[in-house]
Design a protein around this ligand. Structure first.
Ligand SMILES: N=CN[C@@H](CCC(=O)O)C(=O)O
Ligand SMILES: [Zn+2]
Length: 397
């Protein structure tokens, strides 16, 4: 593969351990890897050159929480919510019906379209989940389809107890036959530990069975009210707990404690449980925003993710999530960009290969149609992502 020099970068945000931001910089990509980073004036020759024309460069977004395998539309539910109705987990069943009715070709087409939309918006590494199948056949079909497109796939058979099923019997299935059927396609397992979904005891059973099957763990927790999700996630050594809207002091302390073996300055050590904040979802469900500022101040590593799904967050826009995290959650631009890049990589356990611009890492970066990353929040809602390189392949201009 040939080497590409991207030069004339006004501001290059690395998100490397020293959090370096370089002015007048250049990057050399060799195939799917980053080969060189430094001052434009000292850049080596390459097979081809790309003029960034004074734009800002930063790592591609790592979207560590999406639900992209779905069919159907829930705009009527959204409209009712905007008129005052509360979000409830039961809406998942509407999407389950529509998704079960869609064939493989249709589901794959929908998934590819959503991933293309995400990449055009600067996302270069993406996780997605099952969870709209809720039967052995459908969960394994969705996992198989997801595994052909997403970088990582999470098993979320424990998303909702299907209508007319007994909750404990369904939990047994999630821990038994359904788990065995999805196992070839997934590396993570998740459980929606929330009122209207799975109890603490049922969640515990799911996490235990999936851990014994060799899967990494994550939890949907503390989304709709206070609850045991965060503490369970920490107890099980989950890589992330996602939503985290309703936290008490003990939850924050548990999360902070999980990072006691981690050296943030070197970005090395024992990973704890990442708190994944989903601001687009928080706005769409009218929940209090996840307390990103408080978590960062407590020493918790956080991620920002889109949570793209038809019920609570129908957007793949990480730019929107970053802008909201700055404007509403009171993160600095640098903290928000870090959470949407390195934080997502930490949540997915791939921090050694993606999530920052460092020599040897995957060639995943984006150029903004702006001179600095600050414009992401300064010009919210504008189509700022221009060219995107995903594993060295350029998308857009
Ligand atoms: N909270 C649970 N699951 C999704 C929503 C699923 C749906 O309503 O379709 C979420 O992450 O927000
Ligand atoms: Zn989710």
């Amino acid at each position: 593969m040939s080497a590409t020099l991207i030069t004339n970068i006004a501001e290059l945000t690395t998100q490397d351990p020293e959090r370096r931001v370089l002015a007048d910089a250049a990057v050399v990509l060799d195939g799917d890897r980053i080969a060189w980073i430094g001052p434009a004036a000292a850049a080596p020759a390459a097979d081809e050159a790309y003029d960034a024309a004074g734009r800002a460069a930063l790592p591609g977004w790592v979207d560590s929480h999406t639900h992209l395998v779905f069919a159907g539309d829930r705009s009527a539910e959204f409209e009712a919510r905007m008129a005052g109705r509360e979000y409830a987990a039961g809406g998942i069943a509407v999407t389950t019906d529509a998704t079960r009715a869609a064939g493989d070709y249709e589901l794959t087409r929908l998934l590819l379209g959503r991933v293309a939309e995400a990449v055009a918006g600067g996302t270069t590494y993406l996780e997605t989940k099952t969870g709209y199948g809720l039967s052995v056949e459908e969960e394994s079909r969705h996992a198989r389809i997801a595994s052909t497109v997403a970088d990582q796939v999470t098993y979320l058979g424990a998303h909702l107890v299907p209508a007319r099923a007994d909750a404990d019997e369904y939990t047994d299935l999630v821990c038994g036959g359904m788990l065995a059927a999805v196992l070839p396609y997934v590396s993570w397992a998740d459980v929606f530990c929330e009122r209207g979904a799975f109890t603490e005891e049922q969640s515990r059973r799911v996490l235990d069975a999936c851990r014994r099957a060799g899967l990494g763990l994550r939890v949907h927790g503390n989304q709709l009210g206070p609850g045991p999700g965060v503490r369970l996630a920490v107890e099980f050594g989950a890589a992330s707990v996602d939503h985290v809207n309703h936290l008490d002091d003990d939850d924050v302390a548990a999360l902070a404690g999980s990072w006691s073996g981690w050296d943030p300055a070197a970005a090395r050590g024992a990973r704890g449980t990442v708190a994944t904040c989903l601001p687009a979802c928080d706005l769409s469900t009218r929940q209090p925003l996840a307390p990103g500022r408080r978590l960062v101040d407590a020493g918790v590593e956080i991620a920002l993710a889109s949570n793209c799904n038809p019920g609570t967050s129908y957007t793949t826009s990480m730019n929107f999530c970053v802008a909201t995290a700055v404007l509403q959650m009171r993160l600095t631009v640098d903290e928000a960009v870090r959470a949407a890049t390195f934080g997502g990589a930490l949540a997915l356990g791939v921090q050694d290969s993606v999530g920052s611009l460092e020599v040897g890492k995957r060639a995943d970066l984006q150029l903004l149609n702006a001179p600095s990353a600050t414009h992401l929040a300064y010009r919210p809602g504008m189509p700022l992502t221009g060219a995107v390189w995903r594993a060295g392949v350029r998308h857009g201009g």
